[in-house]
Ligand binder design. Structure first.
Ligand SMILES: Nc1nc2c(ncn2[C@@H]2O[C@H](COP(=O)(O)OP(=O)(O)O)[C@@H](O)[C@H]2O)c(=O)[nH]1
Ligand SMILES: [Mg+2]
Length: 330
């Protein structure tokens, strides 16, 4: 064991040892690896940890195949995966039912959701996956719930407007912080999942539900004042289906993806199937996404949409925008 490991290593190691669910272990181990300084003296340690990580990933996959780990791993689907967090009865399951094709249990009693339940939300020409979860702050499920929150592309924090939503938001954000999940603003950076040591950064939305029962304006004002620097807050009613269009747009906003369409030279673009790529992607990133060998033959592209004029010739480094049409020239 090399002697010069930083204190964060031992903290991360402790968390790794305490983790029980496989997803949680994987995430703790990734954090642990990030704390190990890179030099000759740590070569063996890093190799050992990486081997362990690959073993755990295999385990997660084989569990999934045997159908056992559905509880702990929600395979990503659609253009992005957004996890729903919140205290009991906030309306997480009701929102999932409104926005997606899933049929969760909705009940007045506090813990009606026991396992993660994904559903697909249609949004214009794509689908975004939402994952309903048991409430935050429940000892028996927090371990794997936090694993799923860390794995998702972004988070929706569901608040009950009838019950001090700003305090719920504060408690939720504090809890996320204890799991080393930190909220970053939507436009922050496209590599939103970048890690700094063991910290992980996620875009998020505050969703204030049950606006049919509450005096909305004042609660929204307080939430917006408090959190405007890190995330948007949207008032909705799952029951009355109010505010859902605005919510869907905001969900797309935090998904961190853009849609781009490809077009063969001299032909019409295929607008039926967009490519969903991370916001901030360049022409070259898109080419790589379509086929890894494509980048070698690519010379330039023409863009319809965000470019100054339609069909403008751009370099490979050109950063694409949502709904751009790209014509590749090889
Ligand atoms: N009035 C009202 N009740 C709601 C709304 N959304 C959910 N509820 C009720 O709140 C309770 C908890 O909802 P549920 O979706 O199970 O919450 P979860 O525990 O966060 O999943 C249920 O009785 C729902 O019918 C809403 O927008 N307005
Ligand atoms: Mg529920």
């Amino acid at each position: 064991m090399p002697a010069n490991l930083p204190p964060e290593y031992f903290e991360a190691e402790k968390r790794f040892k305490q983790a029980s669910a496989v997803v949680e272990k994987i995430s703790a181990l990734e954090d642990l690896i990030a704390t190990v300084p890179k030099h000759k003296g740590t070569d063996k340690l890093r190799a050992d940890l990486r081997r362990k990580l690959s073993q755990l990933r295999k385990e997660a996959v084989s569990k999934k195949k045997s159908g056992r780990s559905d509880l702990y791993v929600v395979q990503k689907g659609g253009a992005a995966q957004i996890a729903l967090a919140g205290f009991p009865n906030a309306g997480k399951s009701s929102l999932l039912a409104c926005l997606t094709n899933a049929a969760p249990v909705i009940a007045e009693y506090p813990i009606s959701t026991h396992s993660p339940l994904p559903g697909m939300m249609p949004f214009e020409d794509i689908h975004i996956q939402l994952v309903d979860l048991p409430p935050t702050g429940n000892e028996s499920t927090d371990g794997w719930v936090s694993g799923i929150l860390r794995y998702a592309d972004a988070l929706m924090l569901i608040l009950d407007m009838t019950d001090d939503p700003d305090i719920q938001a504060e408690l939720l954000i504090d809890q996320l912080g204890r799991w080393n999940i930190h909220i970053i603003p939507e436009g922050g950076s496209h590599d939103a999942d970048r890690r700094i040591s063991e910290k992980i950064f996620k875009r998020a939305l505050l969703v204030a539900n049950k606006k049919d029962l509450a005096e909305t304006d004042n609660s929204l004002k307080i939430l917006n004042e408090k959190y405007e620097n890190i995330c948007r807050c949207i008032a909705v009613s799952a029951l009355k289906k109010e505010g859902l269009e605005e919510l869907k747009n905001a969900i797309f906003g935090i998904s961190g993806i853009i849609r781009v369409y490809s077009k063969p030279p001299g032909k019409e673009p295929d607008l039926s199937t967009p490519f969903s790529v991370p916001a901030g992607s360049s022409v070259l990133d898109l080419a790589r996404f379509i086929h890894k060998d494509f980048i070698f033959s690519l010379k330039y592209a023409r863009i319809w949409g965000s470019s100054k004029f339609e069909g403008q010739r751009v370099e490979k480094t050109y950063v694409l925008k949502d709904r751009d049409i790209v014509e590749f020239h090889i």
